[in-house]
Design a protein around this ligand. Structure first.
Ligand SMILES: Nc1ncnc2c1ncn2[C@@H]1O[C@H](COP(=O)(O)OP(=O)(O)OP(=O)(O)O)[C@@H](O)[C@H]1O
Ligand SMILES: [Mg+2]
Length: 341
């Protein structure tokens, strides 16, 4: 694995936009936030964007729901900082109308009559145009004074793998519709950034059949439309508390329950007042142990599959005490150690 990790670090020296996707529930939001913290730990100004509007970032950083406004949510070392933004497509549309057509008050009137909501709901593609447009704006934004980038890096908690290709490629469709003019130019510019060396799409997976398959399929789809696939991030990697010999004995069904009763008694188990016999407890332990070994074997096979793809792989451990802010810093540290930030 070491050689693969080393590749991660050197692979994308120019990436400023990190898109994080994965099958639903695999840990996209958690990984995106950990990556933002990891990047901020080396002094970078990082914008963490949420595209799905479910306030997952606010919950993770334990702050009130984010308005459509960039907010500082965490500090890194060396002056680094994570700013967060929950992109709201309706607000982005009003901002867009104001910026390009100076429709400030008229735009708000449209909003009052429900037109904005109507337009963004009826045309889901438009939502994606607005979301990617906002990310593009933040990516390009520069300080007035010295023209340096406002954000050193942007991390996007993106839609799931099932929708990611369409989402990132929506501006190609727009460019196909608008043959020229400002909309065409904007769509082309966004695709230029998304297809450039400045963007990498990271895929989060669990070691389970469906997420692994979806991840590998999505990586190929992204390749096919010319987007740079970054790391495959295996999340919630199970650490076994058992040593090799015990795992092998359980796997080979050589560890019988009666042999455990003595060891349990030595450890003072099942303990006074516990309404279970030592024999039953030993039986349950052997069953749970065998299931655990079976699960590890399946995970090892899936990990092989992930690694055989030849793409850079990072892993994050399963945190058994849940994911709080402290745990996020741990995950961030792990991503740094593996060269992703
Ligand atoms: N490494 C980890 N260890 C333990 N729990 C984790 C880990 N990563 C994520 N989780 C937990 O798994 C759940 C799903 O994570 P998260 O919300 O980040 O996934 P998601 O892919 O963004 O989900 P959705 O598709 O709903 O947006 C959460 O409860 C989160 O706390
Ligand atoms: Mg999420």
């Amino acid at each position: 694995m070491r050689a693969v990790y080393a590749r991660v670090m050197s692979e994308w020296p120019h990436v400023r936009l990190h898109v994080v996707t994965g099958k639903g529930g695999t840990g996209k939001t958690t990984v995106a936030a950990a990556l933002a913290l990891a990047l901020a730990s080396s002094g970078q100004q990082v914008l963490l964007c949420e595209a799905e509007g479910r306030q997952g970032i606010a919950r993770l950083f334990d702050v009130p729901p984010l308005p459509y406004e960039e907010r500082s949510v965490a500090l890194g070392s060396e002056g680094g900082e994570v700013h967060a933004l929950a992109i709201d497509p309706e607000a982005a549309l009003l901002e867009y109308l104001d910026m390009y057509y100076h429709l400030g008050r008229a735009g708000r009137a449209l909003d009052r009559f429900g037109v904005v909501d109507f337009v963004t709901t009826i045309a889901p593609g438009l939502r994606d145009v607005l979301l990617t447009g906002k990310v593009y704006e933040a990516y390009r934004r520069r300080h007035k004074k010295d023209k340096t980038s406002v954000y050193d890096a942007i991390v996007l908690d993106a839609p799931p793998t099932g929708r990611i290709t369409r989402f990132l490629n929506v501006n190609t469709e727009v460019a196909g519709l608008a043959k020229m003019g400002p909309i065409r130019n904007q769509a082309d510019s966004i695709m230029d950034v998304l297809r450039s060396e400045g963007t990498a799409v990271h895929l989060v997976t669990l070691l389970e059949d469906m997420p692994v398959q979806e991840t590998l399929d999505a990586a190929e789809e992204l390749d096919a439309i010319g987007l740079q696939v970054g790391a495959l991030i295996v999340n919630q990697l199970r650490m076994s508390p058992l040593d090799d010999d015990t795992r092998k004995a359980l796997g080979d069904q050589r560890l019988a329950a009666p042999a455990l009763v003595g060891a349990l008694a030595d450890a003072g188990l099942p303990g006074r007042g516990v309404a279970v016999s030592a024999e039953d407890l030993a039986e349950d332990l052997v069953t749970a142990g065998a299931e655990h070994v079976e699960r590890l074997t399946l995970e090892a096979a899936l990990r092989e599959t992930v690694e055989r793809s030849g793409r850079p792989v990072c892993t994050l451990p399963l945190l058994t005490d849940g994911v709080d802010l402290g745990a996020m810093y741990e995950l961030a540290e792990s991503l740094c150690a593996q060269g992703l930030a």
